[in-house]
Design a protein around this ligand. Structure first.
Ligand code: GUN
Length: 278
């Protein structure tokens, strides 16, 4: 029987800590302000953006909302970002991804000032993470570290296997675990003998984007299992990349879906916004 890591409770704890800090900083005349840009009306993106704005309101962070048409030109979007870069009242800028195909995502991210890149996607922030410098860290992997720390799980010298090599989750998760002194292996879609690799993991971080792909056969007895995936099944329920029913009896700690890693992403975004005015 695994200990279930309650991401909902831990994210609430973080948001309450930030709310107190925001109130203190407000008395000193400082209020954080996040600009959120959404292009088009993708329903999933709208849900994420609304949740981000709600979290800002809860903590006491101002938010500015920019809803651009799906057909907006790349130059118009870049021009808005440049304006926000130069606006001293704005501390954080977030462009919700994915963007329409006619807009170059990489160019958009690199146009955001690294000092306002609260998503931690800019090359300068990615570079800082990988060289031990200061900078914003991608929110989902930062949330995973908080889940481990606040559950009292030690990482030093542990073998951490990360499945997935995306810029948003897999690569920064591996870099952060390395910074936490774990021994890190990154696996991906071209890895041979995935099962042999994952069975060596003391801490297994699964961000492969395939529903219930990891069952008990992939997991060592007593491993800590962190599930980053989220998928809607045909019956309308949510599931992760991990087959929870199969893995839970074998793991020592496990994150559920929903209520595990998911709520941590927004909590860490709020943490990044607050760190921008500290
Ligand atoms: N789309 C999916 N995840 C994210 C995220 O963490 N940040 C942004 N900006 N867009 C996303």
């Amino acid at each position: 029987m695994a200990h279930i890591i309650d991401g909902k409770a831990i994210s609430q704890q973080i948001k309450d800590e930030l709310k107190e800090e925001a109130a203190r900083l407000k008395e000193a005349g400082k209020t954080a302000c996040l600009a959120v840009i959404q292009v088009g009306k993708d329903p999933a993106s709208s849900v994420y953006v609304n949740n981000k704005k709600k979290a800002c309101a809860y903590i006491g962070i101002e938010s500015l909302s920019y809803e651009l048409e799906e057909t907006v030109s790349e130059e118009e979007l870049l021009s808005l970002i440049r304006d926000l870069n130069g606006n001293p009242a704005v501390n954080g800028i977030l462009v919700q991804l994915p963007l329409p195909a006619h807009i170059d995502e990489f160019k958009v991210i690199q146009t955001i000032s690294p000092e306002k890149d609260v998503d931690g996607f800019h090359e300068k922030n990615v570079g800082a993470l990988n060289t031990g410098g200061k900078g914003f860290v991608s929110c989902t992997p930062a949330g995973i570290i908080q889940l481990l720390k606040r559950s009292g799980i030690s990482t030093a010298g542990k073998h951490c296997v990360v499945i997935g090599r995306s810029n948003i989750v897999g690569k920064p998760a591996a870099a952060l675990m390395l910074r936490e002194n774990a021994t890190v292996t990154i696996c991906h879609s071209r890895t041979q003998n995935l099962k042999e690799m994952t069975r060596q993991a003391d801490i297994l971080i699964v961000a492969m984007g395939r529903p219930k792909a990891i069952d008990a056969d992939y997991v060592k007895d007593g491993a800590v299992v962190i599930d980053v995936g989220i998928h809607r099944m045909e019956n309308g329920k949510l599931c992760g990349d991990v087959d929870y029913a199969s893995v839970e009896p074998k793991a020592s700690y496990i994150t559920p879906v929903p209520g595990g890693v998911g709520p941590m992403t927004i909590a860490m975004l709020m943490e990044n916004c607050m760190s921008a005015i500290r």
